[in-house]
Every structure is written in structure tokens, then in C-alpha cells.
Design a protein around this ligand. Structure first.
Ligand code: ATP
Ligand code: MG
Length: 572
């Protein structure tokens, strides 16, 4: 990885003067004062995200711009306040109350957002589920969480094994037609009868707010519980990492079924009072660029898999659209290959800002700030108020350039408070006193930038050298024929492990032995001989989670003929 390559600061007019300065003065307590709870001692994150702006005279500002193939709608903060109030009342009428779990299994539509906000307003715990989940995935999550109510659509209901879920008492259907039997309700009808005044449930900052199941990249998804207090982090990272300003038009491409789609698709933008764009439907380069152009998006938050797909789609698509409104571009979820950063600079004229966090951390912890030089391939530096380090298994901080556990000093505002019904698993993250151990492997350079290497279990030990799969993958995607790559260690009697690469080729390239050799040489000469894959296998597609992450454990299981484990989050 090159530590020399640097991309200078580009954006202007942001709120944080200089990163180091902000770090030295930072105190989370000051952030808390943005909200109304220090008067009452109680709070509600949905109130802070929506109603607060109405009270501040911004009721007529557009909060949500929604579009998909057939709908295009705008909602003001006042409308969202009233609709979420109505939904809170719908739930109350059904007897749902504080602490109950309400799940939302829905396509990305305005009703989804209203349901999430309304649930939080009555102090219930919301659980968003990705609409592509199949029956087993839905059942696991509803069973584990003991959800009492579910918001869904008639067609998705076919994937809900209602009879096998004794806790599930109320099913609220969006777009239902005809008479409904007991226990089933029409969203539209209930909403139309509900008052838009709500007796808000004021909760303690430590009261539960949302359960998110992790992406399932490394194993069975965990039910991560976050509390209302997380909003402090959502708000401040929204300001300083997303660089949100009052007149921004912000678009986060993530589905609320994943944590990015709520922390940064709901809370961060709305806590900052910003107009939030939601695009329903599936990925397509033309649709996406159209969305940026049409709504004059200024801040765009997406993921490496999307940027790689846009890169594969070619620059001629980009040229069809006017993307000049875009000021700030960000990425999360997987390592962002340096090649993608270079391509972004060349094609959009913009730096793509990588940032690192996890479902469990609730919010961004390490980031490339608008005010910082970017080193392509690095995740950036810790957020002010966050102490990140590379530690060994005893909790000793390791010197620069030493690969180890990426860990965070506890606590921080959006730290998870529970793994639902799995205290043992929760404890594992905190096994080293004073630290949260992420499970990711990384190192830090002499300037304090963090460099992701792989999941802890994915680090490859070949002939006594430790190789992070990400470094190899990133070198591979620099090759003109490679669209995506997944790298694993394969047990080997002599070398311990050998490196095997699974490669999806770009449009127009055909697999061949010569191409394999060319790619191998490419890594050998540009990275290191020991890091060049001994084996290469071409595949049409790599196995990915529905949030777009390459599933290395599945590649490994296939390779070794082992059971693949939980595949509930894998795309078709
Ligand atoms: P599971 O925990 O179920 O195996 P998951 O870890 O993929 O799935 P998420 O919480 O969605 O679930 O993802 C967090 C992980 O994603 C991080 O631990 C890290 O491995 C990876 N990740 C996120 N952002 C980045 C980034 N900027 N660079 C590298 N890796 C990242
Ligand atoms: Mg994880």
C-alpha cells in the first residue's frame, strides 16, 4: 500500500476548522447541548430528528424527497411530524408500548420512514428488515427479537411465517385491499383514523431505540441494540464527516435494513435538519446519476460495491449527466480500493471519503474528513472524542505499521448496549478491559491514519508473512481486466497458507491462463512476490451480502468443501 500518495483537501465552507484542533478541544458533553433533554432529563430521538425543526420554524422545509419507478413525493418536516405521530397512535391503539419490538419489513418507501419514526416516538424498539430477505431470514429475526408487531406489504407477507411466530400479534399491511381478518390492519385505514397529535414518550437516553441485525459477512447475524443516546454521534458525525449544512440535499444510498440506512439514512440527516433523498428500487448507473442530477444532490453517501459497479459501467455514462451539484462524496461498508479513489477524482473530480464503522459502533468512528488530506486506501483518522488503536491480545497499543486488532476505547455515545439475547457474544467485544475489540485487523501509519487489512480471521499467513486480503484485492482491481476480487488463504502443507484470488472480470474480458499469469505478475511486481495469488479462479460474480459486501467466508467454505453457514443475507 502506498503511504505517499495523498489527495489534498478539496471542499470548502465546512464547520470544522481543522481536524487536529477539533480533536484537542472535543467534548461530547458540548454536543449534547444541541438537544432539548438537558432541560427535562428525558429525550426522544425521533422528536429531535423531526419535531424539533418544526418547533424551530422549519416545518415547511422539505425533509424527504422520495422517488422510485412510479412514485415521486416530497414531505416537509411538518408532514413527517404529523404522519409519524399518526403512526405512533396506530401502534398505541393496538396496545403496543414502550420497549416492545416493532419490525418493519418493507421496500424503501415513505411508509417505511414514517413507521420507523412513529415506533421510536412511542418508545418502542424498531427493527428494520431488508425487503429482499427470504422466509428463513425473516423468521430468525422476528423470533429472536420476539417482535409483537410487523409493518409489511401483502406480497412480502408471503415470506412471514406468521403461524410459527407466537409473539407476533399485529400485522399492519401497506397497500392491502379488501377485508382483513383479525390481527391484520390496513396501514392506510388506520392512519386515516389516527390523530396527528401524539403524546410523545419521553425516554431516558439509555432506553432502547433500534435493533439492527449485522450483515452476516462473517457468520450468523447478531441483533445489535442501540439506545436513543446514539443520536449524539449521529448528529455530530453528520456535521463533521458528512459535512451537512442547512441547504444541503443529501442522498444516502443504503437501505434502512442495514445500519447505514438508519444512522446515516434517517438520523444524521434529519437530526441536522437537512433534506434527505430516498431512491427506491434497485441499482442502475443511469438511475443513480439521474437522481444526483435531478435533485441536485450535494452530499452523496454510498458504498465501495456501488462505486466499483459505477466504475465498471464506464465513464461514458457519467458524461451524460450534470453532476455539478455534488460537493462531497463518501463511502462505507467495505474497504475502498485506492483505484476507486483515483477513478473518482478523475471522473467526478471529487475525492471519495472512506469511513469506517460497524453495526455495533452505531456511528462513524474513523473517517477521512473533508478537512484532511486523503491517503487512498486508508480509512482515515479517528473522530474527535474517539480513541482508536491497534492493540495486541493483552490490550497493549502497538507501534505504527504493526498489524493487530483494531480497537476503540470504551465508551462512546452510539456504542451498542446489547447483542439481543446473547450476552456472551456481547462480552466478547469487551474481553480486553477498557477496549471494544472490533474483529477487524488493521495498522496505523506514522501520521495516525488507519489502514484496514481484513477481518481478523481473514488475515493470511503465507510462508511466515502476514498478508491482509484487502491489500491484494486492491492491487488486483488496479488491473484493467479486474472488476472485483475476493482473496482468501488456503491451507497449504508447506507454506501454511497460500493466497487464492477469486476474480470477476470487467465487461469485454475473457478468462484465460495467460490472463491469470498476467494478473499474478501484476501483483508480484507492484505489491510483493509473497502477496501474489498462487491460485486464481475466475467467476461471473462474487458471493455478496445484500448490502454489497464480498463474503470471503463463503469463498473459503466453497474452496475447502466446508459448510457455508448462515446464508440469510446473501444476494441471489
Ligand atoms: P457480520 O458482523 O454479521 O459478519 P459485517 O461485519 O459485515 O457482518 P456490518 O456491521 O454491516 O456487518 O459491517 C461492519 C464491517 O464492515 C466492519 O467490521 C469492517 O470489516 C467492514 N467495513 C466497514 N467499513 C469499512 C471500511 N471503510 N473499510 C474497510 N472495512 C470496512
Ligand atoms: Mg461484523
Amino acid at each position: 500500500m502506498t503511504h505517499k500518495e495523498r489527495v489534498p483537501v478539496q471542499t470548502t465552507g465546512n464547520n470544522m476548522s481543522r481536524y487536529e484542533e477539533a480533536r484537542s478541544h472535543f467534548d461530547w458533553k458540548q454536543v449534547e447541548q444541541a438537544f432539548s433533554w438537558h432541560h427535562t432529563g428525558k429525550v426522544n430521538a425521533a422528536y429531535e430528528a423531526i419535531d424539533r425543526h418544526v418547533e424551530a420554524g422549519k416545518g415547511n422545509k422539505t425533509a424527504l424527497i422520495y422517488s422510485d419507478a412510479v412514485r415521486e413525493e416530497r414531505y416537509t418536516f411538518l408532514q413527517l411530524k404529523e404522519k409519524s405521530n399518526q403512526f405512533g397512535n396506530v401502534l398505541r391503539k393496538l396496545g403496543v408500548s414502550k420497549g416492545d419490538r416493532v419490525f418493519v419489513f418493507m421496500p424503501r418507501t415513505p411508509e417505511l420512514y414514517v413507521s420507523v419514526l412513529g415506533t421510536i416516538k412511542i418508545g418502542a424498539i424498531v427493527g428494520p428488515l431488508f425487503e429482499a430477505f427470504m422466509e428463513a431470514a425473516v423468521k430468525d429475526r422476528l423470533e429472536n427479537s420476539e417482535a409483537v408487531a410487523l409493518v409489511t406489504t401483502p406480497s412480502l407477507l408471503e415470506r412471514v411465517p406468521v403461524d410459527a411466530l407466537p409473539h407476533l400479534k399485529h400485522i399492519i399491511l401497506v397497500g392491502a385491499v379488501g377485508e382483513l381478518v383479525e390481527g391484520y390492519y390496513s396501514f392506510e385505514e388506520e392512519m386515516s383514523q389516527a390523530s396527528s397529535d401524539l403524546d410523545m414518550e419521553w425516554v431516558d437516553r439509555e432506553d432502547p431505540m433500534i435493533i439492527h441485525y449485522t450483515s452476516g459477512s462473517t457468520g450468523k447475524p447478531k441483533g445489535v441494540l442501540h439506545v436513543h443516546n446514539a443520536m449524539i454521534q449521529h448528529y455530530q458525525t453528520g456535521k463533521w464527516v458528512l459535512d451537512l449544512q442547512d441547504d444541503d440535499i443529501y442522498w444516502c444510498t443504503a437501505d434502512p435494513g442495514w445500519v447505514t440506512g438508519t444512522s446515516y439514512g434517517i438520523f444524521a440527516p434529519w437530526l441536522n435538519g437537512v433534506t434527505n433523498v430516498v431512491r427506491g428500487g434497485r441499482f442502475s448507473p443511469d438511475d443513480w446519476y439521474q437522481t444526483l442530477e435531478k435533485y441536485k444532490v450535494t452530499v452523496w453517501y454510498s458504498a465501495p460495491t456501488a462505486f466499483r459497479m459505477l466504475m465498471s459501467a464506464g465513464d461514458s455514462v457519467v458524461k451524460k449527466y450534470d453532476l455539478s451539484s455534488v460537493r462531497h462524496v463518501l463511502s462505507v461498508g467495505e474497504p475502498l480500493n485506492p483505484e476507486v479513489v483515483r477513478w473518482g477524482l478523475k471522473t467526478y473530480g471529487k475525492r471519495i471519503h472512506d469511513n469506517w464503522w460497524m453495526t455495533e459502533t452505531g456511528g462513524i468512528l474513523i473517517s477521512n474528513y473533508p478537512q484532511m488530506e486523503i491517503k487512498p486506501g486508508s480509512m482515515g483518522k479517528p473522530f474527535p472524542g474517539i480513541h482508536a488503536a491497534i492493540i495486541d491480545n493483552e490490550g497493549n497499543e502497538l507501534p505504527p505499521y504493526t498489524m493487530g486488532n483494531l480497537a476503540i476505547r470504551t465508551p462512546w455515545p452510539s456504542m451498542m448496549r446489547q447483542i439481543w439475547k446473547n450476552p456472551e457474544k456481547y462480552q466478547e467485544y469487551f474481553r480486553i478491559p477498557g477496549w471494544y475489540v472490533s474483529g477487524d485487523s488493521a495498522y496505523m501509519d506514522e501520521d495516525g491514519y488507519f489502514w484496514f487489512q481484513g477481518r481478523l480471521d481473514d488475515v493470511i499467513n503465507t510462508s511466515g508473512e502476514r498478508v491482509g486480503p484487502f491489500e491484494v484485492e486492491s492491487k488486483l482491481v488496479e488491473h484493467h481486466a479486474v472488476a472485483e476480487a475476493g482473496v482468501i488463504g488456503k491451507p497449504d502443507a508447506i507454506r501454511g497458507e497460500v493466497i487464492k484470488a477469486f476474480i470477476a472480470l470487467r465487461e469485454g474480458y475473457e478468462p484465460s491462463e495467460e490472463l491469470k499469469e498476467e494478473i499474478r505478475q501484476f501483483v508480484k511486481t507492484r505489491l510483493a512476490a509473497h502477496a501474489a495469488p498462487r491460485e486464481i479462479e475466475f467467476r461471473d460474480k462474487l458471493p455478496k451480502t445484500r448490502s454489497g459486501k464480498i463474503m470471503r467466508r463463503v469463498l473459503k467454505a466453497w474452496e475447502l468443501g466446508l459448510p457455508t453457514g448462515d446464508l440469510s443475507t446473501m444476494e441471489d
